[in-house]
Design a protein around this ligand. Structure first.
Ligand code: BGC
Length: 268
């Protein structure tokens, strides 16, 4: 990745779930672009330390902070830690997410609540804390044209139904309307709110689907562009959305999915 531009120099980015996968890719990319990075993790401290070392290797600055994004006091701790370390926050990437798949008849209330808590309540709590800081600060001259940027990492399953995963799709559908509502509500405060909806990106969350040859072929059959995505595919778009290049973009969902949302089975 081109790193010499330092397009996020002077900004602070909080990235949830940055100990692996897409969150890790975004944290590293933003760190390379000059942002000071707050790497949140839930339990994988080792993964978070790896993310930090990759940023430092590229000359960047980062800290790690363990917290469960579905708990308000722990979310507040993330933002307090960020402020103590770096003075402020400019970018929030609401990335942390999990899957707990089961058919409706098999899904326990616990499985439902766990996914809703992490994937929907977590982003709400983090957006609230970030917005408080952005509203308080307003636009900082010479830093960015916006007072703050919130990027949700949603999923193609905010519009593609997915049997056996109603907790996940309901949460992601909710994220889409949360993003649009907050974009509308916060635009006059010069806060930009957008989503990236990834398709099949090769990470731990879907490892069981791509590790066998059969699974991989099935996945590829759903991707017109003919390759499974990498975290960097998402990270590049997240960096761009955080820069002033995207200053007029708010309330948008960018599907970064090799065409997965294009109903590939209709291509006859
Ligand atoms: C899911 C992955 C899946 C992808 C495409 C993501 O939101 O977390 O498990 O591979 O969507 O279906």
């Amino acid at each position: 990745m081109k790193t010499e531009n330092k397009r996020l120099e002077g900004q602070v980015a909080v990235i949830t779930g940055a100990s692996s996968g897409i969150g890790q890719g975004i944290a590293i990319a933003m760190g390379r672009e000059g942002a000071k990075v707050v790497i949140n993790y839930y339990s994988d401290e080792e993964g978070a330390n790896y993310t930090k070392s990759e940023i430092e290797k590229a000359g960047g600055t980062a800290i790690t902070i363990g917290a469960n994004v579905s708990k308000e006091d722990e979310v507040q701790k993330i933002f307090e830690t960020a402020r103590e370390a770096f003075g402020t926050i400019d970018i929030l990437v609401n990335n942390a997410g999990i899957q707990q798949d089961a058919s409706l008849l098999e899904m326990s209330l616990e499985q439902w609540q766990k996914v809703i808590s992490t994937n929907l309540t977590g982003p709400f709590l983090c957006a609230k804390e970030a917005a408080k800081e952005f509203v308080k600060n307003g636009v900082k001259e010479g830093v960015s044209k916006a007072a703050g940027k919130i990027i949700f990492i949603s999923s193609v399953h905010d519009i593609i139904p997915w049997g056996g995963r109603v907790n996940y799709t309901a949460a992601k559908g909710g994220v889409m309307m949360m993003m649009k509502t907050l974009a509308q509500e916060l635009a006059s405060d010069r806060i930009r709110v957008n989503s990236i909806s990834p398709g099949a990106i090769k990470t731990d969350i879907n490892k069981k689907d791509w590790e066998s040859e059969e699974g991989k072929q099935k996945m590829l059959s759903q991707i017109p562009y003919g390759r499974i995505g990498e975290p960097e595919d998402i990270a590049k778009v997240a960096v761009w959305l955080a820069t002033d290049e995207a200053d007029y973009v708010t309330g948008a969902t960018i599907y970064v999915d090799g065409g997965m949302v294009l109903y590939p089975s209709f291509n006859e």
